[in-house]
Design a protein around this ligand. Structure first.
Ligand SMILES: Cc1cc2nc3c(=O)[nH]c(=O)nc-3n(C[C@H](O)[C@H](O)[C@H](O)COP(=O)(O)OP(=O)(O)OC[C@H]3O[C@@H](n4cnc5c(N)ncnc54)[C@H](O)[C@@H]3O)c2cc1C
Ligand SMILES: NC(=O)c1ccc[n+]([C@@H]2O[C@H](COP(=O)([O-])OP(=O)(O)OC[C@H]3O[C@@H](n4cnc5c(N)ncnc54)[C@H](OP(=O)(O)O)[C@@H]3O)[C@@H](O)[C@H]2O)c1
Length: 481
């Protein structure tokens, strides 16, 4: 099968080589040798040569690669869903991924016991259901297998080991310039040298969890035990009999604490503010599914009230265990602040039994080798610390743009309008709605790019037909005379 590089122009040429290319000032001479390049682009490419000359540093030997279609940054579920939908519209694309595998968050930065929180039908990517024999809540391994089959099915082959370090829109040419570096010495052998991709459409699919949030804690460097982020936590096995401080009480903090208990460790979990904990299921039905059903018929505030009553009936009063609920309801909080409620899969039982201790105060500082002082003045000793303090987008670090994305790396327009910017820029998977939000973005993006693509392909074909009929008429005329 022809690689996606069939869409590339100037593949393998460095900037200096490109600038000294014999055809560089005569774009028309190069044009007939290029597969399916659009008319729009032929006009823009003349400007492209200009900005190459303006902006090129002579010492930069970066390869320059033209992509005849969108560049998708990130080969997680969002990037793959977009690629699959583009494939269905017949649009070529290139996916750039800094890691050496698909869905690197799931493969490299999640713990062994992880399962999807929501029933599988809410986590399916477009046009490809989960296998029927999968359980209602697939495991991490099953989800990774599903993702690999998905990429195979749609023949998506990302360029691995390519970390996007910058992307900006060039006004002169009307094109995006996306610069990558080989992610590591090992991956460099896989992916070759640093590259600059030039494209008309840029799809940002780097995710809401691209980087770990690591809080500044006074004295943490002097702590003698192991300190790790939840992204590096695999299993509680090595913490057996250890006193572990888990900082944070989101889904990660709760599940890491539960896993530590199951491996005979002694976890204490910090809940510095408030959190909504809901049962994953109510009377055998998914709480999420119930909420989705209710919001179709009832106002959000009423659904929130009903959910809290049901949660109280199933889980009881949580305040006496040190878990305060926010004054805003769970769905409203999710909509306004993007804060996900915890879906309990067993941590609460351990909290009630005292196996997981709750510390209702943030950390003030670390004292000496292993003592932690809390904001309420208490001090306790620990062997290890797990920072389940969440994640953040990395978009501001590489995308040179401030119209569409805010400074936290999220689209400024809220769901469902945050998928499309201007100048060919798109965002997928920044909805705070997990995999289902990513799928809905992907479908919209592919339809939008697909309609441009079809229009231009049609125009090109019409032009071809006209020019071949003109040359046929000319031939007939010359034969007559
Ligand atoms: C522990 C955990 C469990 C979760 N469980 C669920 C769940 O059960 N259900 C649910 O719906 N959601 C869940 N989520 C949310 C989850 O993030 C999304 O469902 C899903 O992974 C989002 O996919 P994505 O492609 O947008 O982001 P990611 O999966 O994070 O993929 C983004 C990709 O972009 C790559 N990348 C980042 N920066 C660059 C760069 N500069 N250059 C090149 N590549 C780059 C990354 O390496 C990564 O492979 C969970 C999240 C976590 C942390
Ligand atoms: N099975 C699953 O499906 C599953 C499992 C895990 C995670 N996830 C998903 O992954 C995403 C990330 O979840 P997450 O739990 O890793 O992160 P998160 O939801 O952002 O939670 C971070 C937690 O860390 C706390 N925190 C941050 N800084 C702190 C500090 N300095 N001191 C004390 N506490 C601090 C926060 O408290 P405050 O609220 O007070 O700021 C919050 O409790 C979510 O979408 C989640 O649903 C899903």
């Amino acid at each position: 099968m022809a690689t996606h590089f069939h869409t590339l122009l100037f593949k393998g040429l460095s900037w200096p080589q490109l600038l000294s290319h014999p055809h560089k000032s005569s774009y028309q001479t190069i044009y007939p040798t290029l597969p399916s390049i659009t008319r729009y682009t032929s006009y823009k490419m003349q400007n492209l040569f200009k900005f190459m000359e303006d902006g090129q540093n002579a010492s930069d030997c970066r390869r320059c690669v033209w992509i005849n279609g969108p560049v998708i940054v990130g080969a997680g579920p969002s990037g793959l869903a977009t690629a699959a939908c583009l494939r269905e519209h017949g649009v070529p694309f290139v996916v750039l991924e800094r890691a050496k595998c698909l869905a690197s968050l799931w493969q490299n930065r999640t713990y062994d016991r992880l399962k999807l929180h929501l029933p599988k039908r809410f986590c399916e990517l477009p046009s490809f259901p989960f296998p029927e024999d999968y359980p209602e809540y697939p495991t991490r391994r099953q989800f990774i297998n599903y993702i690999e089959s998905y990429a195979d099915h749609f023949d998506i082959r990302p360029n691995f080991g390519q970390c996007v370090e910058s992307a900006h829109y060039d006004e002169t040419s009307g094109l995006w310039r996306v610069r990558t570096t080989a992610a590591s010495a090992t991956t460099a052998t896989l992916s070759g040298p640093d590259v600059e991709y030039i494209c008309r459409w840029l799809v940002v699919a780097t995710g809401e969890n691209a980087e770990c949030v690591v809080p500044e804690i006074e004295g943490l460097r002097d702590f003698q035990g192991e300190v790790l982020h939840a992204a590096d936590y695999k299993s509680g096995e090595k913490f057996s009999e250890k006193r572990v401080l888990v900082v944070g009480c989101g889904n990660s903090g709760m599940e890491v604490s539960l896993d530590l208990c199951n491996h005979n460790a002694h976890p204490s979990m910090i809940i510095r503010s408030s959190v909504h904990v809901l049962p994953r299921e109510i009377l055998g039905k998914s709480t999420f599914e119930l909420a989705v059903f209710l919001v179709k018929w009832l106002p959000l505030w009423l659904v929130d009230k009903l959910l809290l009553i049901l949660a109280w009936l199933v889980l009881g009063n949580l305040e006496k265990h040190g878990i305060k609920r926010p004054s805003t309801g769970p769905l409203e909080l999710k909509n306004t602040k993007g804060k996900t409620p915890v879906l309990d899969i067993g941590a609460l039982r351990k909290i009630r039994s005292g196996s997981i201790k709750v510390i209702p105060a943030g950390i003030k500082r670390i004292v000496g080798a292993n003592q932690v002082e809390f904001m309420n003045g208490s001090r306790l000793e620990f062997d290890s610390v797990v920072l389940a303090t969440g994640y953040k987008s990395n978009v501001p670090s590489w995308l040179k743009e401030s119209e569409f994305f805010n400074n936290m790396g999220y689209p400024k327009s809220p769901f469902p309008n945050g998928w499309k910017g201007s100048k060919g820029l798109y965002a997928v998977g920044f909805t705070k709605r997990g995999l289902s939000g990513a799928s809905s973005d992907a479908i919209r993006i592919a339809a939008d790019i697909g309609s441009f693509w079809k229009q231009e392909t049609k125009q090109q074909q019409q032009k071809k037909r006209v020019s071949s009929s003109v040359s046929y008429q000319r031939r007939c005329i010359s034969q007559q005379f």
